[in-house]
Design a protein around this ligand. Sequence first.
Ligand code: UDP
Ligand code: MG
Length: 326
Amino acid sequence: MRKTPVLYIIVPCYNEETVLPLTAPAFLEKICALAEKGMISDASRTLFVDDGSRDNTWKIICDLAKKDARYMGISQSRNRGHQNAVLAGLMEARSRCDITISIDCDGQDDINAMDEMVAKYLEGFEVVYGVRSRRDTDTLFKKYTAQLFYRLLNWMGAEVVYNHADYRLISSLVLDELAEFKEVNIFLRGLVPLVGFKSTEVYYERSERLAGESHYPLSKMLSLAMDGITSLSVKPIRLISTMGFAVSALSFLMIVWIVAQFFAGKTVQGWASTCAIVCFVCGIQLICIGVIGEYIGKIYLETKARPRYIISDRTYETEEKEEDKE
Ligand code: UDP
Ligand code: MG
């Protein structure tokens, strides 16, 4: 059995003023309950990451932190998206704790799965994925698009855990290694399995949002899917090559056929087939250029090596700041 770990619950929040007051107490209660059971240390905390909210979210976080030292908060300098917010929280917490659990702040992920997650860590696992056992509360559309998304990712060769979103336990040992992945386009669901270490799954039921609205409309879901695929897999580029070869082979056969037609004296009628071929090849070329463009775009962004998150505010003082004062 391991020593009692310090747990940091990482909660990304973007315009969540309606739901945060409802869910924040639940995180604290969970920490108290786990500490009482002796599963985690009393030094455990809830760390909120404000992802550049435009509403009162940051104020609510500051008030919570004032009320109870077990609430902490950091604020990103602007909205950078869910993945970067989670990463900011994980990186901020990794030197302060032994384990982190990232969870959405809208009460959709069953907080009671944390007991099992911590238990798995105590058994010796370094990463515990929270996996949805059902998708009853999702709309049919979301259910099917999500399924398609996981299938597509796996087919493309990106290893992701089926039906696992970003509710997971990661030990600081794994976080230190994750910090070495310097890419700017991050898709944590694909990166964490790449880091490796002993991992397992815990099943939970996902319920409906307690209040407020989802920040993941179809456009954001599509861009997440695109990021996931292009940052983890080079299969689309390979597909282009395969398609190129196939089209070339086909074209070669066509040329043979065209020459034969020419000698048979039937070439005048060829307008329709010529047009069809030109259109077909143009289409394929455009698709190919588009896919290559996606990757070049990624390379462009990665070469800039911009910071992946910028913390503008904290509800607590960091060690450097405290040292400055002395
Ligand atoms: N979120 C964020 N930045 C964003 C969008 C969302 O930090 O730009 C947070 C949000 O506050 C929530 C989590 O990410 O805690 C998941 O978002 P949401 O519940 O809107 O997505 P859904 O559950 O509908 O997929
Ligand atoms: Mg949600």
